[in-house]
Design a protein around this ligand. Sequence first.
Ligand SMILES: Nc1ncnc2c1ncn2[C@@H]1O[C@H](COP(=O)(O)OP(=O)(O)OP(=O)(O)O)[C@@H](O)[C@H]1O
Length: 234
Amino acid sequence: MSRQQVVLHEVSAGYANRAVLRRLTLEIPAFTTTAVVGPNGSGKSTLLGVLAGVIPVTGGAVTHRTDRRPAFVVQRSKAADTLPLTVREAVAMGRWGHLGWRRRPSRDDRAVVDRCMDRLGVAALARRQLGELSGGQRQRVLVAQGLAQEADLLLLDEPTTGMDATARRLIADVLAEVTAAGVTVVQATHDPDTAAAAGHVLLLRDGAVCDAGTPETVLGERPAERFPSLPRQA
Ligand SMILES: Nc1ncnc2c1ncn2[C@@H]1O[C@H](COP(=O)(O)OP(=O)(O)OP(=O)(O)O)[C@@H](O)[C@H]1O
């Protein structure tokens, strides 16, 4: 178990009147990146919600390596883009779980927020309203917020959607750094290059795992050709 961050055993989950995940058994290896791939509607976001603990399971068991709360970066389209928040306030929300009884951010909390904004290249935008940013900038702010939680499990739902190549590389570098520092990352993605760079790949279809393993075994040597459902992003 120590090398597994999360183990799912025959897990079923979904929404009111809609079963999505069906008796899913899988392992999320610790300290590496798992890419969750599969066609639209195959259950990637639902799986992330289960791993985050925000979607209750209707059957089976989910076992986490630690009892720390995971960080969950939701798809930008599902996040409220119009909240009246500055970039700094949005990233600082990542510290809420760490605040002491006075609920006031400490110097350390503020330093973590500064570091995460810096790492995601949004420090210069700190005072801007979220609603004024481009889609790619907002997405980077959400990743910075996830990073600021300093969780040992970082869950990201299609974090690079709508990003240009430079921003995608930045996210890939940040995720490589955090896994090297002992964090486990799980990201849903439609990008074959992102999936090919992961340590582990889970391929979902119709709410079930249809393959799992290294990128080479699951995706083959030419992921974009083998998985036309994973369109190469512009
Ligand atoms: N809040 C919800 N209520 C009811 N059904 C939902 C809800 N969210 C998702 N679904 C349904 O659950 C199924 C799985 O959706 P999910 O979002 O997990 O797929 P996905 O693999 O992440 O898809 P995509 O690649 O399009 O993001 C789909 O049929 C979807 O319509």
